[in-house]
Design a protein around this ligand. Structure first.
Ligand SMILES: [Ca+2]
Length: 284
């Protein structure tokens, strides 16, 4: 969504119940307050208008220095000022909306926003809050892990020498080490072994965060910047040296049997708990 400040303001006034004519006057008056000339916009107000209104002050003709200045803009009422206060702030640069934290009123004020779109967006945003998803794709119970994948479990504890002290799932999945593909229940997409058994190589280059990641599900390879860990292990130059592995393995305890948990590894590494998934692109 675009973020033209005037459109954003007009939208906010609309959400706050201001009629469109009054909103247009306020938007222009606020712009006139900030711009450095004395030429009023079509619906705006400059020095002469303030004088004609009998006010003791004139527009600043510069950026707002405090949000309280809004009270002085011609056409602003104390009631409206109070109502818009929670949704406005003074920016040193151009106004921006942070969709991750913006309240409903501001989201609705964004150009192109519709109630339906914002409702869907808020539902999606709520799902990204901590605790809004289960630990595992099938729920939260560690005792269910043994139905859906092969992790460090009671079988491993009783079979593998030195595993007695492992933190393991409180159930037996029947396999101490790797298991044949498809030994456990599939997920709702029909995919097997999405947690446990062997951790999966991914095509992504390792990044230390998700900012800038592709949103279409494609591998994050071009222009890979260094993650902190790549620097820590002495990587040099813009290469894709480390790649994430995900999903956990027969060797991992419940905390790490999740797709969201990733570790990095060098593609040259050969580790007994890391494998790869063969995929085929189907044409409809
Ligand atoms: Ca196991």
């Amino acid at each position: 969504m675009g973020e033209d400040p005037d459109e954003l303001l007009a939208g906010l006034f609309g959400v706050l119940g201001v009629g469109s004519d009054a909103a247009a006057r306020l938007v222009d008056a606020i712009a006139d307050w900030k711009d450095d000339d004395d030429l009023p916009r079509v619906n705006g107000a400059e020095r002469d208008d303030y004088k004609r209104a009998g006010l003791a002050w004139v527009p600043r003709n510069g950026p707002f220095e405090a949000v309280e200045e809004l009270r002085l803009v011609l056409g602003m009422t104390p009631t409206l000022y109070k109502r818009m206060l929670p949704f406005v702030t003074i920016y040193s640069q151009s106004p921006r909306v942070n969709p991750a934290t913006a309240p409903l009123e501001v989201l609705l004020a964004m150009p192109g926003a519709s109630a339906e779109l914002i409702t869907r967006f808020l539902a999606a945003r709520a799902r990204t809050q901590q605790g809004s998803y289960p630990r595992f794709w099938f729920g939260n119970e560690e005792t269910d892990l043994c139905r859906y994948g092969n992790g460090a479990d009671q079988t491993a504890k009783s079979t593998i020498a030195g595993a007695k002290a492992w933190t393991a799932a409180p159930c037996s999945d029947g396999y101490a080490y790797t298991s044949p593909v498809g030994s456990f229940a599939a997920n709702p997409f029909g995919l097997y072994d999405m947690l446990g058994n062997a951790s999966q190589w991914t095509a992504d280059c390792y990044h230390d965060g998700y900012a800038g990641a592709p949103s279409d599900g494609s591998a994050w390879t071009p222009g890979a910047r260094f993650g902190r860990m790549m620097i820590a292990v002495g990587g040099s130059g813009p290469v894709c040296g480390l790649r994430p592995v995900r999903g956990g393995s027969w060797y991992n305890f419940p905390k790490n049997l999740r797709a969201a948990v990733r570790i990095w590894a060098d593609p040259d590494d050969r580790v007994h708990y890391v494998g790869f998934r063969v995929a085929r692109t189907l044409t409809p």
